[in-house]
Design a binder for this molecule. Structure first.
Ligand code: GLC
Length: 703
């Protein structure tokens, strides 16, 4: 994608601006999310610059035509929430992040953007790159977990994918990384709640994924709903002007979240929409998503001399530059015949299966109960999510359709020969008992050879403002699970959920547990592939699973504290049930022979770390090898571990490969007391391992 700094883009935008009236300039700041007759009339008067929640090439073309009929024809930005697929639905982002497969993530992002573009969408409100450490928060489902390094790498892959734009006959697509900033730190996991974090935490934890996304060339960014240290993001000059514009040099546009400008009134920092408008545009919010504040008040603010025309012109210029860079003036319209060729193509559906398979995390497999033998005589598939076509689509499936989802029951039936008897019992509802359901499930379980139990959350138990204070398997389903357990029936537990769950009882009592998230269209096929061993699970958790809600927040890269060995709770172990980076395989990988290129590196040198990984089991498999470091002594306390690299390696049984990582001393740096980025001399530890708590360790020194 062209840089917004390019001279010809700036020149063209300035020429457009010079010919615009005040009303037309204000129109560019206005985005609407519903198509009422009144809005359509404003279009021809150039009073609206963008829409969201509108899709379909024909419908969008008509809107563009109206916009191009105005005296000063300026095409529209058309935004939409393409969070994990457009019509081909991929795993929810938290699930897909467990693949740690950047190439895959770039590919699914590219497919989603291409499908969306054939229906006229040119701005995708994704990726959501809020670091998430509180699984009570519903929106962890949309994110990519707790780790800054991994989330930053995934952010880059998603921007590259969304903005790949391998066409020149229709508008390009821009990403819109969100929600700037620290939205994931909402108090208590309660969506929209206040966020109060130190500048250090802001810069070290929440900012890096955005820095990465903008470095990959995102043209737009969305500010968040939350109050940040006393000033809501939609009016926060520190983050929008100092950090975003001055420090990061971002030239693109900032769009508010839905009505977040008007919400400044409820935050209590604006008495009305007029004051809210002034605060937002002065802070640097360019487009007002759907609140009408800018449309209603910017003109008066200018007339009354309260708003400097310069600020308005700056905002309009940024919007015009993005529209020029999206090639919207030259390619305003979309060929209406394209979508049926592109959407849900065989290639796209195959990619959805690959993504679903790689997102699955094997949490437990006692006595190698899994994979099941395909030649079994009978199998019972039980549970409210086993035959469900809606919930596997996940929390933001946009244009996905239940009819395109393969259920677990269907996936298992496709997998097995007709001689195998496949039975199904729902057993209970997701959140309520089912008359006689448990009895029927027990009766079935007693007569079949194997039982697969599919439990978890409905898709609307995660996502925006779908927060949970208790994050276990819903009670009605727990009763079914315990009933089966009480009859000593060894079940394979498949979980479909949008967040880490508290699974302490399950870990102690259930022999096999598969974390299958909400995997999208190909859920059933991917889960069946794993259950019967046609795919050896390789996923690794990107969010720690707490033992109970009382542990939250729990994440791997914590500080050591002055009393690291003191017991943290009287009643619960300190460690999470399943740590960041954890995931099992049907085979076993042995790590050996860690070696360093040197025990000392200068501050401008790099270090090579190698280790050998051997598949000592009987099944081929992929292993996601992880590299962690620890800075033992520094001018600022450092985390006990920090992920600094990862690599996926495929190993056949008996195969052994050397894995090599290179890190530069710069990657060991951090912000000092004055927020200068420094690399300090001193001792470091380094691990190469399968997750954040195991691995081969070595020491080195930065001199
Ligand atoms: C929502 C979400 C945001 C989304 C926007 C438009 O409230 O916070 O992620 O992009 O509104 O739908």
């Amino acid at each position: 994608m062209v840089s917004l700094k390019e001279e010809n883009i700036c020149k063209e935008a300035k020429m457009l601006l010079e010919n615009m009236t005040l009303e037309e300039k204000i129109g560019q700041l206005v985005q609407y999310g519903r198509l009422k007759e009144a809005e359509l009339q404003k279009l021809e008067a150039g009073k609206i610059g963008s829409f969201l929640n509108v899709a379909g090439a024909d419908k969008v073309n008509k809107l563009q035509e109206k916009a191009m009929k105005s005296k000063n024809p300026i095409p529209l930005i058309i935004g939409d929430d393409v969070i994990h697929g457009y019509k081909t639905i991929f795993p929810i982002p938290l699930g897909e992040s467990c693949s740690w497969d950047l190439k895959l993530i770039e590919e699914t992002s590219e497919i989603a953007a291409e499908e969306a573009s054939t229906e006229g969408i040119n701005c995708i409100f994704a990726p959501m790159i809020d670091i998430t450490r509180d699984p009570r928060w519903g929106r962890v489902a949309e994110g990519t977990g707790e780790d800054v390094f991994l989330a930053s790498q995934i952010a880059r892959a998603k921007i590259r994918g969304i903005q790949s734009n391998k066409w020149n006959d229709r508008p390009y697509v821009t990403a819109c990384p969100k929600h700037f900033i620290a939205y994931g730190a909402a108090e208590g996991g309660r969506d929209y709640s206040a966020v109060d974090v130190s500048e250090r935490c802001l810069r070290e934890t929440y900012l890096p994924p955005f820095t990465a996304a903008l470095d990959e060339g995102a043209y737009t960014i969305m500010c968040s709903f939350n109050d940040l240290n006393g000033i809501p993001s939609s009016a926060n000059k520190f983050i929008l002007r100092k950090i975003l514009r001055q420090e990061l040099g971002f030239e693109g546009l900032v769009i508010s979240d839905w009505e977040s400008i008007e919400e400044l009134i409820y935050h209590g920092i604006a008495k009305d929409k007029k004051e809210a408008s002034l605060k937002s545009i002065e802070a640097g919010v360019d487009i007002d998503m759907h609140s009408g504040s800018y449309e209603e008040h910017i003109h008066a603010l200018i007339d009354e001399g309260k708003l400097d025309k310069e600020l308005l012109d700056e905002a309009v210029l940024r919007i015009l530059k993005v529209k020029i860079a999206l090639n919207l003036f030259n390619n305003t319209y979309t060929d209406t015949s394209l979508s049926k060729k592109v959407i849900r193509s065989t290639k796209n559906v195959e990619k959805a299966l690959e993504a679903a398979r790689k997102s699955i995390v094997l949490l437990k497999n006692k006595d190698c109960l899994l994979p099941l033998n395909k030649n079994i005589k009978s199998i019972g598939v039980i549970g409210p999510l086993a035959e469900d076509k809606v919930n596997p689509l996940g929390c933001w499936a946009l244009k996905g359709e239940p009819k395109q989802v393969t259920t677990v029951l269907e996936g298992i039936k496709h997998k097995l020969k007709s001689e195998t008897a496949v039975y199904y019992e729902k057993g209970c509802n997701i959140n309520s008992d089912l008359e006689g359901g448990i009895d029927r499930a027990l009766e079935l379980a007693k007569k079949v050879e194997k039982v697969v139990l599919v439990l978890g959350e409905s898709s609307d138990m995660s996502g925006e403002n779908h927060n949970r204070a208790y994050i276990g398997i819903p009670e009605a389903q727990k009763k079914l699970l315990k009933a089966l357990h009480s009859e000593n029936i060894p079940v394979v537990l498949v979980l479909m959920n949008g967040r880490p769950l508290t699974l302490t009882w399950e870990e102690e009592n259930i022999p096999a547990i598969i974390e299958a998230w909400h995997l999208g269209d190909e859920s059933g096929n991917a889960i069946a592939d794993v259950i019967f061993g046609d795919y050896n699970p390789s996923g690794k958790l990107t969010m720690s699973f707490p033992r109970c809600e009382g542990q939250i927040p729990v994440y791997y890269n914590k500080k050591n504290t002055g009393r690291p060995n003191f017991k943290k709770y009287l009643d619960v172990e300190e460690t999470p049930l399943y740590p960041f980076g954890y995931g099992l395989s049907y085979t076993q990988f042995n790590y050996k022979n860690i070696k360093l290129s040197s025990k000392k590196i200068k501050q401008d040198e790099k270090l090579t770390i190698t280790a050998e990984i051997e598949n000592v089991g009987k099944i081929a498999g992929d292993e996601i090898v992880q590299l962690y470091i620890r800075d033992m002594v520094a001018s600022i306390t450092r985390p006990i571990k920090e992920l600094k690299g990862f690599k996926r390696v495929h190993l056949d049984p008996g195969e052994c490969k050397e894995i090599k990582f290179e890190i530069t001393a710069k990657e060991l740096g951090f912000y000092d007391e004055y927020f200068n980025f420094v690399v300090e001399k001193g001792d470091f530890k380094v691990w190469i391992g399968p997750n954040s708590i195991q691995g081969l360790k070595e020491n080195f020194e930065v001199i």
